[in-house]
Design a protein around this ligand. Structure first.
Ligand code: NAI
Length: 269
């Protein structure tokens, strides 16, 4: 199938790298016009050049409401409407001088807790808020939030990250039901990736191993025996973004190579 999002106007946050970049590329391949929004202007602009005329870069710090207001005005002026929002930008908090989180909930600082929630959760709140205001005018639109398997289970070394992603999952359902109640024609769904090989993992591999060895070790613990690719997640986003999921809202899709299908302490043969 081609052109599954033909002529749609899509906004992808955190799209300069990793999963967001793969989503932007796939949406463009499928006929959309994509606004690549990020704080990394250099990478974002480089990606735009690579993706061609249907890619546009906009500087957006997802934590700042004024940035969202500026983007809202830019979209209204340039495109007059918005069809698709992917709230993708996110951080683990590792490697950003916020490492108290990795010491466990007992030792985490309130500062790191707030910063991680701001990037991962305030972002989704603000993105949904302004996307609803734009999309309701045409009574049509779809919002895709990127959660994480960490939002579905406890992670002792990533408490703030896990908490923020759990809240993204819940807010997805609230937004979906609110938009349905208001008869806005806006759907909202969530994707929970896990172990997707992107720069996000650079600070999560064991420092005493080569990257190749660390990837191979991690792959052994994944039922499908490999890490996921950003494209694995992009195809899930494309489904939620396209009209093929017209009857799907408030739901979630796990893209994790089977990790969450199992449990530890399972009975032996
Ligand atoms: P990445 O680190 O490759 O890309 C994240 C992008 O977000 C970067 O371009 C970065 O500049 C941007 N960003 C960071 N803070 C921002 C801010 N305040 N405003 C705007 N942009 C900002 O990471 P990756 O792996 O592509 O992650 C994308 C999303 O997927 C995140 O929400 C992450 O939590 C989620 N995720 C990733 C998994 C993985 O295994 N890679 C697993 C589960 C969830």
């Amino acid at each position: 199938m081609v052109n599954r999002v033909e002529n749609k106007i899509a906004l992808v946050t955190g799209a300069a790298s990793g999963i967001g970049a793969a989503i932007a590329k796939l949406f463009i391949d499928e006929g959309a016009v994509v606004i690549i929004a990020d704080i990394n202007d250099e990478k974002g602009n480089d990606l735009c050049k690579l993706l061609g005329k249907r890619a546009h870069y906009f500087h957006l710090d997802v934590c700042h409401e004024t940035d969202w207001q500026n983007l809202y005005q830019y979209i209204e002026k340039q495109f007059n409407h918005l069809d698709i929002l992917v709230n993708n930008a996110g951080i683990t908090g590792l490697g950003l001088d916020l490492d108290s989180q990795s010491l466990g909930p007992e030792f985490s600082s309130l500062k790191s807790w707030h910063i991680i929630h701001s990037v991962n959760l305030d972002s989704v709140f603000l993105g949904c808020k302004y996307a609803i205001q734009l999309m309701k005018k045409q009574r049509m639109g779809t919002i895709v939030n990127i959660g994480s398997r960490s939002g579905l289970v406890g992670i002792p070394s990533l408490a703030a990250y896990a908490s923020s992603k759990a809240a993204v999952r819940n807010h997805t359902k609230t937004v979906a039901l609110y938009c349905a109640q208001q008869n806005y024609g806006i759907r909202c769904n969530c994707i929970h990736p896990a172990a997707i090989l992107t720069p996000l993992w650079d600070t999560m591999f064991a420092p005493n191993l080569s990257k190749e060895q660390a990837i191979a070790n991690l792959a052994q613990s994944i039922p499908l025996k490999r890490m996921g690719t950003p494209e694995d997640v992009a195809f899930a986003a494309l489904y939620f973004a396209s009209d093929e999921s017209a009857y799907v809202t408030g739901t979630e899709l796990i893209v994790d190579g089977g990790i969450l299908a199992g449990a530890s302490a399972s009975p032996s043969k």
